[in-house]
Design a protein around this ligand. Structure first.
Ligand SMILES: NC(=O)c1ccc[n+]([C@@H]2O[C@H](COP(=O)([O-])OP(=O)(O)OC[C@H]3O[C@@H](n4cnc5c(N)ncnc54)[C@H](OP(=O)(O)O)[C@@H]3O)[C@@H](O)[C@H]2O)c1
Length: 327
């Protein structure tokens, strides 16, 4: 059993984490909820009881606690190092520590076996990365990958509660605030700030995180966009291998891979909402290039793209710690 806390408990990911921790009967002996001073006084329900939302500060005492982080990267940089020093174990959803070489970046189906239960900080990847690598992991059995091309169609909930509320208001006729991008009836082709090389932040995350998790150094050609969908990220993926590939063999591999569902009928983000599986659809080999496998990948960005993956990391970490006699 662990003493658990969710930091960012009032946000979209935090709320989903609380739901999933309960649904999967993750062994929690006591629970705390944290957020900013804006939420002080609010109550969060966990296993039938109400818990007050506490403010997290670098002085918060959390020795021995397992903390699920669901705050922005800037906020995570404020509390994670201090809570880690005070003896907490942290699984953080923000981008703050993902590319730190000393911090494991984990998708259990792909590299969870590297965890040994001694880690005190584990990073949860970006939502668009998770669903991609759940698919690329098993496909690496097909042969050496030369490059991956991915174009994303990302739901607005991926940008947090404020963005989702803004989309709802725009759907009711509210005009986008001056200087901000219209979400409703639009496609926003840059997620996060563009760097000097023209790639936006989301593209850089997708490219770097994919290579770190897979332990490979190949070109990932990423183009990311926000679309006016509430929940469920969609990705159009091409993987080019060294040798010609067989779509039926790829389907067999994916059918037996963990965390995946194979669809053949045009799955959509609405099919993924509230579900745990990453959906792969319309797997095909390019008629002009027998080495290029193409498919769609769809997943609930709040569940497998964030909260579910974090709880699965906790499950793997706890099993490894118990096996090593550390808990
Ligand atoms: N949404 C997704 O699909 C997704 C997927 C993968 C990763 N992530 C990452 O997960 C994190 C959370 O995302 P989200 O979508 O849940 O965002 P969100 O809905 O905006 O929630 C943010 C949470 O952070 C809390 N917070 C803000 N300032 C704080 C402070 N100073 N101290 C403590 N807590 C503070 C907020 O509390 P208040 O309510 O008190 O403001 C709220 O609980 C982000 O790093 C995001 O990039 C999100």
């Amino acid at each position: 059993m662990v003493t658990a806390g969710v930091v960012g408990a009032t946000g979209l990911v935090g709320e989903t984490m609380i739901e999933i921790i309960q649904d999967r009967s993750f062994p929690v002996s006591s629970f705390r909820a944290f957020a900013s001073e804006r939420s002080e006084g609010q109550k969060v329900r966990f296993l039938g009881a109400e818990y007050p939302v506490e403010i997290i500060t670098p002085e918060t005492l959390c020795k021995g606690m397992l903390l699920f982080g669901a705050t922005s990267a800037d906020v995570a940089r404020m509390w994670v190092p201090a809570c880690r020093r005070s003896g907490a174990i942290i699984i953080d959803n923000s981008s703050a520590f993902r590319m730190d070489p000393s911090v494991p970046l984990v998708v259990p189906e792909v590299n969870g076996h590297h965890l040994d239960g001694t880690e005190d900080l584990i990073a949860n990847p970006n939502c668009s990365t998770i669903q991609l690598v759940v698919t690329l992991g098993p496909l690496s059995e097909m042969g050496r990958m030369q490059w991956v091309s991915v174009a994303t169609y990302q739901a607005v909930s991926g940008a947090g509660r404020e963005a989702l509320d803004e989309l709802s208001m725009q759907q009711r006729g509210h005009v986008a605030p001056e200087g901000s991008v219209r979400l409703h009836e639009n496609v926003v082709t840059s997620i996060g700030d563009p760097a000097s090389d023209g790639y936006c932040e989301e593209e850089v995350k997708l490219m770097k995180e994919t290579c770190k998790i897979m332990g490979i150094e190949i070109p990932i050609y990423a183009s990311t966009a926000r679309v006016p969908v509430r929940t469920g990220h969609t990705e159009a993926v091409t993987v080019r291998f060294d040798e010609p590939v067989d779509a039926r063999k790829a389907a067999d591999i994916l059918r037996s891979a963990p965390g995946l569902t194979l669809s053949e009928h045009g799955a959509a983000p609405l099919d993924s909402e509230g579900t745990d599986s990453v959906i792969v659809d319309r797997l095909r080999v390019n008629p002009a290039d027998s080495r290029a496998l193409q498919f769609w990948v769809i997943a609930d960005n709040l569940r497998k793209g964030a909260a579910l993956n974090a709880v699965q990391i906790a499950e793997v970490w706890l099993a490894a710690a118990e096996k090593g006699g550390r808990r």
